[in-house]
Design a protein around this ligand. Structure first.
Ligand SMILES: Cc1cc2nc3c(=O)[nH]c(=O)nc-3n(C[C@H](O)[C@H](O)[C@H](O)COP(=O)(O)O)c2cc1C
Length: 180
């Protein structure tokens, strides 16, 4: 199973559009099950001072971790650029998961990174930081990371990604990750 994690918890995030598009490309090229996990759509009741005890982990988060993180052999992290790094909600989510079933959640898994940004950097710096975090927890990151910049110029009035060069590079990246 492959999970595509949309790493922005902002309501109506652009990152989720790119996550769905990436998932569509994966489904086009593999028969494996592909699930999209959107941080903006999950309950947000797992942020409290006792959250770092496995016994106190929120039941809502446990259910998300059990459905999307633990069974996934591969995870695509689609990361939005927030203040020159990846969205803090994503780090909070990873930290909150890490207190229970650490190995089953992260160790030996393969990850692909996609950066999404309004600016020119395509979250390159955030993806580098994310690589360090994922390596720390035992996840193997595909060396080819995909920065997507100036996203407002790639989307039409309906919110569809219409830039052909971007679609093409996303599909190529998804195919590479299937082989990885
Ligand atoms: C708090 C905040 C900080 C942001 N910082 C950056 C930034 O440093 N560089 C950048 O290119 N875009 C930045 N953005 C724009 C996001 O990259 C942009 O909103 C994009 O749509 C991805 O985020 P989203 O998935 O939450 O929509 C920021 C947006 C917010 C809300």
């Amino acid at each position: 199973m492959v999970t595509v994690l949309s790493g922005s918890n902002r309501k109506g995030s652009e990152t989720l559009r790119f996550a769905h598009q990436y998932a569509d490309f994966l489904r086009k090229h593999t028969d494996q099950e592909v699930k999209v996990l959107a941080l903006e759509e999950i309950p947000h009741d797992y942020f409290f001072p006792e959250m770092y005890s496995s016994k106190r982990q929120a039941a809502s988060l446990r259910a998300v971790q059990d459905e999307y993180m633990i069974p996934a052999e591969k995870i695509v992290y689609v990361t939005s650029e927030y203040n020159g790094g990846f969205n803090g909600a994503l780090k909070l989510f990873l930290d909150a998961c890490s207190v229970r079933e650490y190995s089953a959640t992260f160790k030996g898994k393969k990850a692909a990174l996609v950066g999404v940004a309004s600016g020119r950097a395509g979250n390159l710096r955030g993806m580098e930081h994310m690589t360090g975090v994922l390596n720390h927890v035992g996840t193997i990151v595909m060396p080819n990371k995909l920065p997507i910049s100036r996203i407002e110029e790639l989307i039409d009035d309906n919110g569809d990604i219409v830039d052909t060069a971007t679609l093409s590079v996303m599909e190529k990246h998804a195919k590479e990750f299937i082989e990885f």
